[in-house]
Write a protein that binds this ligand. Structure first.
Ligand SMILES: Cc1ncc(COP(=O)(O)O)c(C=O)c1O
Length: 422
């Protein structure tokens, strides 16, 4: 697209944006009585206006029915997880039986590793990206130790080449191949939190399968950001959170995916709880765990109804807006912000975007490597009403989110970047 660096042009893009009305369905924090320039949806999404009413509905239900609320009303709590299945499945490209919403992300990653990291003396390695989100690193290290291995022996990290910031797919695939029949599990982020790089999940999964390993992904930065096809790509397992692009509020519930070829395998080890037990006999309160079919069989506890009610509001909005439309806008809008930043760099190279240029290898986020002036730049942006985030050691991350950001937001951000002097 032929972009122009003018405010008029940005406004024209907004006027022709078919998703522009969604912006009004969110609350924006204020800075000096104006909406902030919110670029932090990759960390915590904004609050949809509909959330309050949805929570109040559940509070009313609780007040009026107490324990009977489990069985009464349009969405009885007993079956609450079901009401989130169709939309969750479409967000990640899965069958309904392959997903469920439960717990929180790191908890779910551990639960899935119980089933999908079953090391033997010979096949015990986990392949992951270097500089994965710390919680994933801690989770993998503790899993490895739990099975009696040392992280230094069992965890293989794929790192960028010297002088490069992001990973080459060929290097990921070569590492998997090199460790061959020693690889138990390949566990990658979908989108790396620091660089914003979107990995080729299909190729990584195929490479893992060629060695006889399984492949799973932490989709915290991918769910609701990029179209995913977990079922067709043959991914074995995945989990994600709902408070970033999925706008479901702080500590919002997590989703999991278990491919159908594993979902009905009752022999697969798992840490079980009563909510994963066969629905028909759950209340007989008898010994002997019979898993529900599919991903639902990994549930432990009864539904976190209040946070799931907020999540449902957001999932309904995704359903209505359509992931393909959101993606089309994201490609255009992230491309526009990139164009504006590169336009500033024409005078002097000050903002080094480390996120891949190829739209196929990124979602909304752009990570700007800032050098020595980084923290000052970040503080300048904050003082001027921008909400972005700072990641040590020296990256400012900005995410124009198609659900509620405008092209004008991008223009205003670039205008401030241009005005920053150290
Ligand atoms: C990639 C990634 N993984 C894991 C987590 C941890 O999530 P939680 O605190 O919900 O377990 C985060 C949180 O931001 C994340 O970005």
């Amino acid at each position: 697209m032929n972009y122009q660096p003018t405010l008029d042009f940005a406004r024209q893009l907004d006027e022709t944006d078919p998703l522009r009305s969604y912006r009004e369905q969110f609350f924006f924090p204020k800075h000096k009585d104006e909406k902030v320039l919110y670029f932090c949806g990759n960390s915590l999404g904004l609050q949809p206006r509909g959330v309050q009413a949805a929570l109040e509905r559940e509070l009313d239900h609780w007040r009026e029915h107490a324990v009977e609320g489990h069985f009464r009303g349009e969405m009885p709590w007993m079956y609450y997880h079901r009401f989130l299945l169709p939309q969750s499945a479409r967000i990640v490209g899965a069958k309904e039986s392959e997903v469920v919403v439960m717990n929180t992300l790191t908890t779910n990653l551990h639960l899935l590793m119980v089933s999908f990291y079953r090391p033997t003396k010979k096949r015990f390695k986990i392949i992951m990206e270097a500089h994965a989100f710390p919680s994933d690193q801690y989770a993998m290290e503790s899993q490895v130790r739990f099975h009696g291995f040392l992280p230094s022996d069992a965890i293989v990290e794929v790192a960028p080449r010297a002088g490069e910031e992001t990973l080459r797919t060929e290097d990921i695939l070569a590492t998997i191949e090199e460790h061959g029949d020693e690889v138990a599990t390949v566990m990658f982020g979908g989108v790396n939190y620091y660089t914003g790089q979107f990995f080729d999940l299909k190729k990584i999964t195929e490479a893992a399968h060629r060695t006889g390993a399984v492949a799973g992904f932490d989709l915290a930065h991918a769910a609701g950001n990029l179209p995913l096809q977990l079922h067709d790509w043959g991914v074995d397992f995945a989990c994600w959170c709902s408070y970033k692009y999925l706008n479901s509020g702080p500590g919002g519930p997590s989703g999991i995916f278990v491919h159908e070829r594993h979902g009905n395998n009752a022999d697969l080890p798992r840490f079980a709880g009563w909510w994963g037990h066969d629905e028909g006999s759950r209340f007989k309160m008898e010994k002997g765990f019979i898993p529900m079919p599919g991903a639902a069989g990994w549930q432990l506890s009864n539904a976190q109804v209040l946070s799931m009610a907020a999540h449902k509001v957001s999932l309904d909005m995704f359903e209505e807006a359509g992931m393909d439309n959101l993606r089309a806008k994201a490609v255009k809008m992230t491309g526009y912000l990139e164009f504006l930043i590169e336009n500033l760099n024409r005078k002097a190279q000050r903002f080094n975007i480390i996120t891949p240029k190829d739209p196929e290898q990124r979602g909304c986020q752009l990570s700007i490597l800032t050098g020595n002036e980084g923290k000052k730049l970040f503080d300048f942006l904050t003082e001027n009403g921008v909400v972005a985030d700072w990641r040590e050691p020296n990256v400012v991350r900005v995410a124009p989110v198609p659900m509620y950001n405008s092209f004008e937001d991008c223009w205003r951000l670039a205008d401030l970047l241009g005005r920053f002097s150290n």
